[in-house]
Design a protein around this ligand. Sequence first.
Ligand code: FES
Length: 575
Amino acid sequence: MGRVAVSRSQQWFGGVDKTGFFHRSGIKAMGVPNRMFDGRPVIGICNTWSQLTPCNAHFRELAEHVARGVYEAGGFPLEFPVTSMGETLMRPSTMLYRNLVSMDVEETLRANPLDGVVLLCGCDKTTPALLMGAASVDLPTIVLSGGPTLPGRRRGVPLPSGTGTYAMYDEVRAGTMGADEFVAAEACMWRSNGHCNTMGTASTMASLVEAMGLGLPGNAAIPAVDARRKVLAQDAGVRAVELVREKVAMSQILTREAFENAIRINAAIGGSTNAVVHLLALAGRIEVPLSLDDFDTIAAGVPLIVDLVPSGKYLMDEFFDAGGLPVVINELGSLLHRDALTVTGKSLGDNAAGATSWGSPAIRTCDDPLQRDAGIAVLHGNLAPDGAIIKPSAATPELLVHRGRAVVFEDIDDLRARIDEPDLEVDANSVLILKGAGPRGYPGMPEMGNLPIPAKLLRQGVTDMVRISDARMSGTAFGAVVLHVAPEAAAGGPLAFVQDGDVIELDVPARRLHLDVPAEELDRRREISALTDHTKQVEGGYLQMYLEHVTQADTGADFDFLRGRRGSAVPRASH
Ligand code: FES
């Protein structure tokens, strides 16, 4: 007779011995009855609530609704905090800490008596960090996003999260908006808890969670303050218990097909460029082969059908009214793997069956898209040997094929110091270059890739220019912006050797990014350059570890030693 497998939680709570006594006794101190240790599934509620992450400030209440669902299904919920990352406050960049938080999640899950987990994610990096950590453990896992904030409104017109800031700040710099007006607008943008109301990184990741089958239908679009978000939370609790009973590990849902669905959905919704680094890192954790070029080839032919800022004009409330992601899934038809398994226990296609749009213009049809061939273009050339990306739907079409002279900023401080200088030698045809903003550069690959248009050009009415960097860009930003150049300048990539006046060719249809400088001249520049060894600039601490182990953007900027699944084997007890 084979041995009956003992659940993870029972390896803590099941034994009538000194160790079991300690484990149960500690929990009973919270007023928990003995029957909770009878073998029922124990579900962790991994919470990124923090007042330093205002987008997630409603998560305590949301966690209570998840717990209701866990109890309803006969499980036992245990909520725990992990480090949170607030996009609006953290310096130098939340991306610097994404991998750290993933370690927090991974080790907390493995070290505790949990059979499954519900991940509460919202503000940008909280989603990939929690997904990555959970993927390395591979328990039954379900994601609950916090939902978008109320639509921003100022003086009767929509004010998109993030995107509106860039536009208004350009007005301030151009002298057409006063400082008082600018400050007054702050209260008009995020009008409630919840993440950005544009198709920025948070909404993108919430959509991709649903597309990959890790979130329940509705996860992407239900507003943060809508009562139906609480119902979704309770449903997530119920399903988490059932996933444990059904023995469905995260890796059974997060397959290659799930990633392909995510990449296609990202194209259809005009999703954030940040999804590229996050999905690459996640694939590395769950051991699914995925390359940077896959983002271009897999999304080929997928139309942009979601008309949301920054690629379009509506906000997330309109996306919800239009039926949200299930309508997009139905509209894309056979472009998706419809039989991919999801956390509902049903397929992606079955989940979306019957979803209809109520006529909101925020979701269009494949026959009448916003753009025919959307998605993220992956560029190669001597300026980006390991690749770079651009989001054509967010760029001025005329700039997608462009040849211009470089105006170089050696780092972010140099950019801030000189971008608005009246005597900066720049015109609308120039190509703005920013170095030193990649994973190792700043460090932490900040969202500085959408370099500001020089003030003197703003006053001439210039609204977009070709900009190239090793940085990322906010999902709420827009422009002819080439990002994630790899290798980055700080790692000795060719970007480090671009000089003012060099001619650069961008040809998005041909997927080409070329520095028109002879190879011998680039070699000469490399030989005489004195590249900084960034790992020598810090002494100890997390930053030391980060600089020594972060990989380049084309592999997701994860730590080299975190790739892969390390599983959920129960560590030995110490009592
Ligand atoms: Fe938190 Fe945009 S600032 S999602």
